[in-house]
Design a protein around this ligand. Structure first.
Ligand SMILES: NC(=O)c1ccc[n+]([C@@H]2O[C@H](COP(=O)([O-])OP(=O)(O)OC[C@H]3O[C@@H](n4cnc5c(N)ncnc54)[C@H](O)[C@@H]3O)[C@@H](O)[C@H]2O)c1
Length: 335
């Protein structure tokens, strides 16, 4: 069975996912694309082997050519398209964030609950990264004892001038927020943000780097450094400290060089290189699940919870104070 995917938003990630769905993933093809940038949509359709270009996302969602919807447009449009896919009864993978605000996320939860079964997954691909999976398996297997502290580092070579201090939370740390919830199996209940000394390598409006402290239901603390203009490459680190030992990510190494008396491993240049295999695994799990009539991937609740934390996180960036986080009651569909 081949799942025919329609892609809404043919920017960076839309093309990246589309290429994988056509050329790498077993059991999928891309039959439809749309983007407000019609020229770009036509170019991507051609690159993906002649997918039909739709005038808008709603026509694509309701087309008989489309079995499943992939939302890769800008965050502000995610709720509109995810709700339309639920209304059409079609499975939908929405790139992060599920939506930028919690009222929009709550509308998606309500629509999915009213539908009666899951249709939505959210693109938190780090859950599919072999390193993160091994750290989680080590924790779940009891080898390091109970978790006490999680340390996260997320560094990016450079960002454009349009990047703001709040996007640190809503665009970047949202990944650490999801991996922390998933790794520890509990919700984040507080957030505090402390600004370190600013790098001279960032545009003056940007607080860079930023440092956040997330408190968990059980009392575990999760630290998160985001450094948008670290200059040297894309570097994601995670160490989980338990009562008996620690478990850490190792950056994937494909080759090592020895030059002038020094061993040198390559630092990935960007997120597409670092998490390429995770994106592939995420898409394959989604498509394989759909082939069996199952919805496999982070849920709309996971999308809601992450957005909830980023909303409070933005307050914490503004005030520097520790902010307590509350949630709506978790619907039975997600328990
Ligand atoms: N999971 C990840 O690691 C990851 C990585 C990159 C991007 N993303 C997410 O994917 C989404 C897209 O990011 P990107 O980097 O591809 O951005 P992008 O700017 O390259 O692409 C976004 C596209 O959406 C289109 N668009 C805007 N409004 C639209 C509308 N109403 N209907 C249809 N198309 C519309 C734009 O024209 C553009 O082509 C964002 O939500 C981003 O956070 C996730």
């Amino acid at each position: 069975m081949t799942i025919r995917v329609g892609i809404i938003g043919t920017g960076f990630i839309g093309l990246d996912h589309g290429n994988k769905l056509v050329n790498v993933i077993n059991g999928s093809t891309v039959t439809a694309v749309t983007d407000v940038n019609k020229t770009r949509a036509a170019e991507v359709a051609a690159l993906l082997g002649g997918a039909k270009v739709f005038d808008n996302g709603h026509d694509l969602i309701n087309s008989d050519l489309v079995d499943a919807v992939l939302v890769c447009s800008i965050g502000e449009t995610h709720a509109e398209y995810t709700l339309a896919a639920i209304a059409a009864g079609k499975p939908v993978m929405c790139e992060k964030p599920l939506a930028p605000t919690t009222p929009e996320c709550e509308a998606i939860l309500a629509a999915e609950v009213a539908h009666g079964k899951r249709l939505v997954i959210v693109g938190f691909m780090r859950r599919y990264d072999p390193g993160y999976k091994e750290v989680k398996a080590t924790l779940d297997g009891g080898k390091i004892g109970a978790a006490l502290i999680m340390h996260n580092v997320h560094r990016n070579a450079t960002v454009p001038e349009s990047f703001t201090s709040f996007m640190t939370m809503t665009d970047s740390m949202i990944h650490e927020i999801d991996t922390t919830r998933w790794m520890l199996g509990e919700e984040i209940t507080s957030v505090q943000v402390a600004p370190p000394k600013r790098t001279s390598k960032a545009f003056p409006h940007l607080q860079d780097p930023q440092f956040a402290l997330f408190g968990m239901e059980s009392g575990v603390l999760s630290t998160s450094e985001f450094f948008a203009n670290c200059q040297y490459g894309y570097d994601v680190r995670c160490e989980l400290v338990g009562e008996l030992g620690t478990s850490s990510l190792v950056n994937p190494v494909v080759a090592s060089s020895t030059i002038a008396g020094q061993d040198a491993d390559m630092v990935p240049p960007d997120w597409r290189v670092r998490f390429g295999p995770a994106y592939t695994a995420e898409l394959q799990a989604w498509i394989t699940g759909l082939g069996k009539g199952e919805i496999v991937g982070p849920s709309a609740w996971d999308g809601y919870a992450a957005t909830r934390v980023t909303e409070f996180g933005v307050q914490a960036v503004k005030t520097g104070q520790r902010v307590e986080i509350d949630y709506i009651e978790k619907p039975a569909l997600y328990r």
